[in-house]
Design a protein around this ligand. Sequence first.
Ligand code: NDP
Length: 287
Amino acid sequence: MATIIDGKTLAKKIRENLKIECDELKEKGIKPKLAVIMVGDDPASKVYVRNKSRACDEIGIEYQEYLLNENITQDELLELIKKLNNDETVNGILLQSPIPENLDINEAFKTITYLKDVDGFTPSSVGKLCIGEDTFVSCTPLGVIKMFEEYNIDLNGKDVVILGRSNIVGRPLIQCCLQKNATVTICHSKTNNLKEHTKRADVIISAIGKPKFVTEDMVKDNVVIVDVGINRDENGKLVGDVDFENVEKKASYITPVPGGVGPMTIAMLMHNVIKATKEQYKEKSIL
Ligand code: NDP
């Protein structure tokens, strides 16, 4: 039986420590603040945004939401981002995806100033990550790495296979795992013989978005499994990408869904807001 990596408990511990850091900042007259922009009314986004606002409340981070009509123009969106860039009371800017297809999300991300890039999506953050400099790392990959650290899962020399190459999960994970000296393979929908890759993996991180995609026959004994996927199965139940019940029997460690990577992602967003606040005040030579 595998050890279950308890993301919920770890995330709670991280949030408690962040609350202490946030209180210390407030004693110095600094009030961390996150601005969240949402365009349109995607139901899943509404849930994510609500969870982020709750986490801010719990830690004592101020939270301001900008709910924009789906008919907003690109210029109007960029204007709002620029306004928040220049607003000294705002320390972190998050643009919730998806946004309507007629808008260019990459251009919007590029407009966010580096020091407020709490999602780690700007070219500056991504570039710094690629050359191994300290930066804002996108929240889900950062959460996955924190889980490895907490459970003493050493990636040094290990074969890590990542499933999914999105900009928010798969791609930054390559760099995060490389920094831990793993040998990294990334698979996607055009990968041939995907099972050959997963079969030899010491660690599999799945971020595909398909229920029960990773099955028992695709993994070797004692594999470490991190399931990033958030899906609904045929009964409407929240499940990951991994056939948990059967894969768990072969794995040494496994993350559940829910209660695994999801809570870590939000905790890492809070971590990035506190980090951004501190860096902005260090720039002003106040901290
Ligand atoms: P995307 O849809 O952006 O990317 C999915 C990736 O999976 C793509 O690279 C795609 O390949 C690949 N893929 C799709 N089908 C296959 C297949 N049959 N075989 C191999 N590769 C395949 O998704 P995201 O990265 O945004 O999210 C992935 C999952 O993670 C979703 O379930 C999402 O809800 C969840 N998620 C969870 C988070 C959390 O906090 N736990 C945070 C973010 C996401 P290609 O590039 O070739 O199309």
